[in-house]
Design a protein around this ligand. Sequence first.
Ligand SMILES: Cc1cc2nc3c(=O)[nH]c(=O)nc-3n(C[C@H](O)[C@H](O)[C@H](O)COP(=O)(O)O)c2cc1C
Length: 358
Amino acid sequence: MWPDRRLLALFNTEFPIVLAPMAGVMDADLVIAAAQGGALGSLPCAMLSVEKAREQVNIIRQRVSALVNMNFFCHQAESADPRREAGWKARLQPYYSELGLDPAAPVNAANRAPFDAAMCELVEELKPEVVSFHFGLPEPALLQRVKAAGCIVLSSATIVKEAVWLEENGADVIIAQGAEAGGHRGMFLTEDIGRQPGTFALVPQVVDAVKVPVIAAGGIADGRGIAAAFALGAAGVQIGSAYLRCAESRVTAAARIALGQAGDDSTVITNVMTGRPARGVANRVMREIGPISADAPAFPHAATALAPLKAAAEKLGRVDFTNLWGGQALRLGREMPAAELTRALAGAALMRLSQMAG
Ligand SMILES: Cc1cc2nc3c(=O)[nH]c(=O)nc-3n(C[C@H](O)[C@H](O)[C@H](O)COP(=O)(O)O)c2cc1C
């Protein structure tokens, strides 16, 4: 029934659907639910300690017998630049005053560490069947160890050049992430947001450029989008935003309302929340300081000074400083258990594909 069955064999899933890893808004519960529905669940580890990541994988393995995908960031770590941080705090000062916060109070540094030797040891210990990376691939020695642990390696490409680089450097599957996608752009060979292609243009060009299977991501949120991805030559889809309002996600109540109200034109690509371009529902700080600001410190340090503002505003039920990451098809997402949503997505896609064939 599926036009391309390579991923079903590779991931041992009922459907060629991958629940996108979404750091900060999900944990093992959403992974388990999506896996129970027939998808490959992905555990975002970029904001987890080694201990927490181990605990989460163990929970998944206790509750479901499915392949596990551990997801990591592999950006070049940049240490915080005190001068830029101070400038950024000064820029945010009016918000600190408004919320009655002391800008001099100590804050924890933002915690999005790249894949490192400690996480690599954890991968060797847990041997997840799949490991996916965002922002390229780790250094060759670490990647070699991941591969030696038997993991299938995935990574995101936002332009054809990145897809070719990923294939040449060891990725077994490429996620073609179109500009519609929610969350951080996986870009690593370009910084030009203005030139990021949309999913419809990107997927067939990536499919033409590489031999490995290609997973389409970005703006896919229902059976029509999944069928379209196959028509474009994808072997499967990775879906994030559509799962955000599922019961098992960890999106806060206030953010859930904001995501639920989003329309097709509600999101922007912004660097003000973390220092790297990411797509989310425009909130007050993105509108007033961004969406792109040259003052934002390097990833992930922009998030440090925003953290107290986020916490204080959320106490008041406001999402003025919250990462409302989500893509252009947020509105197509549905509030239902993730297993049910997965089956509904697959069923609708199969129906659409058979209508197209008939
Ligand atoms: C809330 C959110 C958080 C995300 N976090 C991650 C992450 O931790 N790692 C990653 O590889 N991709 C992350 N992404 C990007 C997704 O992998 C995927 O590219 C995207 O969700 C696909 O587009 P869609 O949101 O339109 O379905 C995130 C996306 C969202 C919406």
